[in-house]
Write a protein that binds this ligand. Structure first.
Ligand code: SAM
Length: 294
C-alpha cells in the first residue's frame, strides 16, 4: 500500500514518533505539513522531470524533497543534522533520483557537489524551505558561487523577502536588496501562514521566486568595490551618504577630494542618504570611484 505523502500531518507525526525526533530551534527546524503549499512551490519553480536539476537546502524529514523528487529529474539535498540522515534514507527510499549529503551547505563547494550529482556544467534550480537563521548567507553563497543557478524558489521570513524585493526610499531597502537584485529578478510569489509548520514559527513566511538575469542589472567595473560601497553606504542608516563614505574610506584630505570628485561625476549629492540611491546610482558612483582612484 502506498504511504501518504511525508508532508501530511499524520505521516509527519508518525515519522517523528518512530525516530523520537524533537526539532532543533538552533537549526531553524520548522517542518511543512501542508501538501498544497508544496504543490504551489513546485508549480512556481516550473519543474520538469526530463530536465530539472534541483538543489534543496535542509530537507528535514523529506516533506519538500519528496514532491521535488516526483517533479524533477534529479535532486541534491544538503542536510546538516546527522539525526535526520537515517530518517531521510528511510522516507526517501522510494526515490532513487535523490542524493542527500550530510553537509553544512555554507561550507560546501557547490560547483563540485553539483557536478558530481548532475554532470558537467549543470544548470540548477534551488528550491528550499530555508533555515531562517542563515537565509542571507545561504542566498549569497549560491549567488556568489560559479554555479549556473537559473531560478531560486525559496521560503523565508516574510520580512526578509520584503527586504530583498524592496525599492529605494523604503525602510526595507538596503544592501541585501541590491546584492540580490543585481543578479536576479526577485518577486514574492505568495505568503505562507505560520500555521502550516511544525513547530509554528513566530512570524509569517513568504515564497520568493528569483530568476537569474542574463547579465547583471547594472554594469559595474569592479564588483568587489561595488558591493563594498553598497554595504558601507547603509552601515549607519540615519547618517548621510557622505558620513558613511568617510567611515568606509577614511577622512584624509586626498580621500575626501577623491570622494567629492566621484560624487560629482555621478551627480549624487553627498547629503543624500544611502537608501535614496538606486542601484544605477550605486553603479555610477562605484565606477567613478574606480576610475578616479589615484
Ligand atoms: N525542508 C523541510 C521542510 O520544509 O519541512 C525542513 C525545512 S527547515 C525550515 C530547515 C532545515 O535546514 C532543517 O532540516 C535543518 O536541519 C537544515 N539546516 C539548518 N542549517 C543547515 C545548514 N547550514 N546546511 C544544511 N542544512 C541546514
Amino acid at each position: 500500500m502506498n504511504e501518504p505523502l511525508i508532508a501530511t500531518p499524520s505521516r509527519t507525526r508518525a515519522i517523528m514518533k518512530k525516530y523520537g525526533l524533537v526539532t532543533k530551534k538552533s537549526l531553524g527546524q520548522n517542518f511543512i505539513t501542508d501538501t498544497n503549499i508544496l504543490t504551489k512551490i513546485v508549480a512556481t519553480a516550473a519543474l520538469n522531470t526530463e530536465t530539472s536539476n534541483v538543489i534543496e537546502v535542509g530537507p528535514g524529514i523529506g516533506a519538500l524533497t519528496e514532491i521535488l523528487a516526483q517533479n524533477a529529474k534529479k535532486v541534491l539535498a544538503f542536510e546538516i543534522d546527522n539525526r535526520l540522515i537515517p530518517v531521510l534514507a528511510d522516507t526517501l527510499a522510494p526515490y532513487p533520483n535523490v542524493t542527500v549529503l550530510h553537509e553544512d551547505v555554507l561550507k560546501s563547494y557547490l560547483e563540485k557537489r553539483a557536478t558530481e550529482v548532475f554532470g558537467e556544467n549543470p544548470q540548477v534550480k534551488v528550491v528550499a524551505n530555508l533555515p531562517y537563521y542563515i537565509t542571507t548567507p545561504i542566498m549569497m553563497h549560491f549567488l556568489e558561487s560559479n554555479l549556473d543557478v537559473t531560478q531560486m524558489v525559496v521560503m523565508m521570513q516574510r520580512e526578509v523577502a520584503e527586504r530583498i524585493t524592496a525599492s529605494p526610499n523604503s525602510k526595507a531597502y538596503g544592501s541585501l536588496s541590491i546584492a540580490v537584485q543585481y543578479y536576479m529578478e526577485a518577486k514574492v510569489a505568495f505568503i505562507v501562514p505560520k500555521t502550516v509548520f511544525v513547530p509554528q514559527p513566530n512570524v509569517d513566511s513568504a515564497i520568493l521566486s528569483l530568476t537569474k538575469r542574463a547579465t547583471p542589472l547594472v554594469q559595474v567595473t569592479d564588483e568587489k568595490e561595488f558591493f563594498k560601497l553598497v554595504k558601507g553606504a547603509f552601515q549607519l542608516r540615519r547618517k548621510t551618504l557622505w558620513n558613511n563614505l568617510l567611515r568606509l574610506y577614511g577622512k584624509e584630505e586626498v580621500t575626501q577630494s577623491w570622494l567629492k570628485e566621484a560624487l560629482a561625476s555621478a551627480t549624487i549629492e553627498p547629503s543624500r542618504r544611502g537608501e535614496s540611491l538606486s542601484i544605477e546610482d550605486f553603479a555610477n558612483l562605484s565606477n567613478a570611484l574606480v576610475v578616479l582612484k589615484k
